[in-house]
Design a protein around this ligand. Structure first.
Ligand code: ADE
Length: 241
């Protein structure tokens, strides 16, 4: 997969080259390019923002710079999907990550200040799919951290990125539930014992126990997730938990 990120703080995205994603880049599974938006400015101050029409606090990112940058970065035979992080976007979820992981190209446009002139998004949408997405109900100072969150969530789903593909299949949210607790050695630590069933070797009992803990946890922490599960997602045993 090819990912391009446009930002006025390219150095902010450096952590994406560390650890697991760094390996994925080295191995050619992910082709990541971070561009400095100011490379598309033409004035000595390399300015990217201006005051908002209609008044109000803050600054808005100018359309001309973004327009030229996107024309160049999004060029190619098949237009990419353009993703614009914004607290006013649709929620980014595990399902969004799964969909993005099937795309061949993604371009992320990081806004700062009060956001990007809306015409940049409206113009791009004439040529390519565009999503304005939010990573949660809180406000960050810019889109960069949101892009890091999304790129990480998408990249770990790409074939070959995770050592064990089963990890992605057993994640929280993969079956609509939160994942239950995990344990490793020693059997007893600070007088706390690993649940007996996990040491029993009884695979059916272990699967049932894990499912029950996932249901319990979801019920207590995220009842909203249970409410949106499709009917057939819960069997007779599940309903008894
Ligand atoms: N930019 C600022 N806040 C954001 C959020 N919550 N999600 C995505 N982009 C943002």
């Amino acid at each position: 997969m090819r990912i391009d990120v446009l930002t006025i703080f390219p150095e902010y995205l450096a952590p994406l080259r560390a650890a697991l994603l760094g390996k994925a880049i080295e191995r050619g599974l992910l082709d990541l390019t971070v561009h400095d938006l100011r490379d598309w400015t033409h004035d000595v101050h390399r300015s990217v923002d201006d005051s908002p029409y209609g008044g109000g606090p803050g600054m808005v990112m100018k359309p001309q710079v973004w327009g030229e940058a996107l024309d160049e970065v999004c060029a190619g035979e098949v237009p990419p999907r353009l993703v614009v992080p914004s607290p006013a976007g649709r929620p980014f979820t595990q399902e969004t990550a799964r969909q993005y992981a099937t795309e061949s190209r993604l371009v992320f446009a990081c806004g700062r200040y009060e956001g990007i002139d809306q015409r940049v998004i409206d113009d791009a949408a004439r040529r390519m799919p565009v999503d304005e997405v939010s990573i949660g109900d809180y406000v960050l100072v810019g889109g960069e951290v949101a892009v890091m969150v999304m790129v990480e969530a998408v990249a770990r789903l790409l074939p070959g990125v995770l050592g064990n593909p089963a990890s992605a299949e057993q994640d929280s949210f993969s079956d609509g539930l939160l994942e239950g607790p995990s344990y490793t050695r020693p059997e007893v630590w600070r007088e706390l014992a690993v649940p007996e069933v996990l040491r029993s070797g009884n695979h059916a009992a272990i699967a049932r126990w894990r499912r029950d803990r996932a249901l319990e946890r979801t019920f207590h922490r995220r009842p909203d997730l249970l409410a949106t599960l499709p009917d057939q997602a819960l069997d007779r045993h599940d309903r008894a938990v």
